[in-house]
Every structure is written in C-alpha cells, then in structure tokens.
Design a protein around this ligand. Structure first.
Ligand code: ATP
Length: 310
C-alpha cells in the first residue's frame, strides 16, 4: 500500500475538445479538481457540463486535449496501470448474465480477477443485497441492479470509487437504496467521487463537493463550508413589530416579512431569551439554512444547458 497522502484525484487545467461538424465543442474547459482521501465527494453540474467526459478521461477512456491528471499522485493516463487496481468505477451499466443469480455473477467476476470468494459476501452485504443475492439477476429491480454494479466494483477492494450518476433512472426507493450504499462506503473510509445533477440527493451523502458549469469549477470545498453556517433564522411570535424593536435594540440584524421576521444570529437561544423577557412569545424559530440546490442554482443561473462555449 502506498503512503501517498495528497489528493486521491487531482486535475489541473484539464481540457477536452471534441471535433464536431461545425468546428470544435469544448466539453471540459480547464478543470482544476482535487478530491481528498475519505468520504464522499460530489461532482456536481447541470447536464452537459462535462462530468462524464472528466470521469472518462480519469479512467483512460478519453484522451485530454490539454492539462494534467493524477490518481493517488500518479500521472494518468501514463501510469494508470499502477493505480487501476485501487480504482473501482461504474460509468456505464455493466453486463451481467440475466439467468444467473447476482451472487453467481459476482463469483464469476471475482474469480476472473483472482479475488477471494469471501469478497463476494462482503460486497453483497455492503450494498445491502443479502437475502436477495441468490435470486436471478433478471428479477432484480433497477435499484438492485445498480447496487450489484457497485458490488462488482468492490470485489477488488478499491480505495477510490468513481460513480457516474448512479441513481439515474431509479425511483425514489431505488435512489434511497443506492444513497445508503454510498453513505456506508464513505463512512467505511472509501473515497467516493459521485457525479450527479440531483443536488438534494447528493447533499445528504457528500462531505465535500465540486460544482462545475461549462466545463469549469464554479465552487469546491466541504459541503458545510460551501453552504456557510446557519446564521439566519425565521421567527414567528406573538408581536412581530415589538419583537423587531427588541431584537434591533439588542444589536441583531432583523428584516421583516409579513408576519415573520428574519433574524441574524449564531445564538438562536438569545432570541427566545430577549423576547420572553419582554413578554413576547416565540411560536416558531427555524434556521434558514441554504441548501445545496439553492446554492447550485445561484451558481449556474442563466445556464441553458451548462455546456462550455469557446
Ligand atoms: N463524443 C462526443 N462528441 C462530441 N461531443 C461530446 C461527446 N461527448 C460529450 N460531448 C459533449 O461534451 C459536453 C459535456 O458532456 P458530458 O457528457 O461530459 O456532460 P455531463 O456533465 O456528464 O452531462 P450529463 O449530466 O448529461 O451526463 C456536452 O456538450 C456533450 O454534448
């Protein structure tokens, strides 16, 4: 095992142009990406913003026009053979034999890569297919098929797992199953790079995120830092007009909005304390935390399709 301690995935000035009939299409336009070890890193952007192209380049499936990429510190694609054993990826739906059970499919795969059969049990358990693993693949729901695809990548016990839109086409139950699997993997120490355009889903599992648009990074960092601390609180109380005066006198920033107030403070207990002392009673006090979706929309506002332009 290497003692490498830098970002697990790193790209610098990564660019990909496709020749199209009327010139050149820029799919990735100078992308600087850094994914630190451990946890789930969301790779987020609207349709056509360059996520799949970036992932394909990292995996040696497409050749960059310019820029550099590293996996575990090794330049890729040049040294991909050195690191590929540590990388699992679900980019397209893998082919499983429909008449065989999920378990049998995994056993065949694990033997083909020389992994011990015990890995199959571990993988089945991690993706939550225990109890259904002996059923035929063709009887699986889409969510189960997607989890089996993830299980297949776990057979080589990867330190980095790259998942491209793994919840695409799934119903809410399937999305939840796959999300739980991803969360389990991240908590177990696997670094997961998870591409998606469904922000609300991603927010629930990601520790860090990179948001791209037009093939460029718009924002990157820990999810809690991207969203900022919740300092804004929405307040409903018995006398909003008097409450606004009390809170402003105490030095808090207050804006009024019909029957509720918006109050800026890092200590919401102070609001209840100040108002109770003046016989004003709080009915509702809710932190108005920005969610990733709102943040994402504010960054990508005005994009028709997220595509890069020259
Ligand atoms: N083989 C190709 N030839 C020409 N253009 C391509 C090719 N592959 C991708 N593109 C274009 O590159 C841009 C980025 O596509 P890409 O699939 O990487 O985006 P994405 O962020 O993964 O989108 P989605 O969420 O829809 O999967 C798009 O404009 C797409 O049409």
């Amino acid at each position: 095992m290497s003692t490498f301690s830098g970002p697990v995935v790193e790209t610098s000035g990564l660019r990909k142009e496709y020749a199209v009939r009327r010139g050149t299409r820029v799919a990735v336009a100078g992308l600087d990406l850094a994914v630190e070890a451990g946890g789930v890193h969301g790779f987020l952007g609207p349709n056509g913003s360059g996520k799949t192209t970036t992932i394909r380049m990292l995996l040696g499936l497409a050749r960059p026009t310019a820029g550099t990429m590293r996996l575990f510190g090794e330049p890729v694609p040049e040294h991909l053979p050195r690191v590929v054993g540590r990388v699992g990826a679900v980019v397209e739906s893998p082919k499983f034999a429909p008449h065989l059970s999920g378990r049998r499919n995994l056993l065949l795969l694990s033997r083909s890569i020389g992994a011990p059969d015990s890995r199959v049990d571990a993988a089945v358990e991690t993706v939550g297919l225990t109890g259904r693993d002996r059923d035929r693949y063709r009887t699986y729901s889409l969510g189960m098929k997607q989890r089996l695809a993830i299980a297949a990548t776990l057979l080589k016990d990867p330190a980095l797992l790259i998942l491209d839109e793994p919840t695409n086409g799934l119903d809410p139950a399937g999305i939840r199953e796959v999300r739980d699997t991803i969360r389990t993997l991240g908590e177990a120490g696997t670094t997961v790079l998870l591409s998606s355009h469904i922000l609300a889903e991603v927010q629930q599992v990601c520790t860090a995120a990179t948001i791209i648009g037009h093939g460029r990074v718009l924002a990157s960092g820990r999810v809690d830092q991207l969203l900022g601390a919740a300092t804004s609180h929405r307040l409903r109380c018995t006398d909003p007009h008097a409450a606004a005066g009390v809170l402003r006198t105490a030095g808090l920033a207050v804006t009024t909005d019909e029957d509720s107030l918006s109050v800026e403070t890092e200590d919401p207990a102070a609001i209840t304390r100040l108002l109770a002392a003046r016989d004003i009673w709080v009915r509702e006090l809710v932190p108005a935390r920005q969610d990733l979706e709102t943040y994402f929309l504010s960054l990508t506002a005005g994009d028709d399709d997220g595509q890069a332009t020259r």
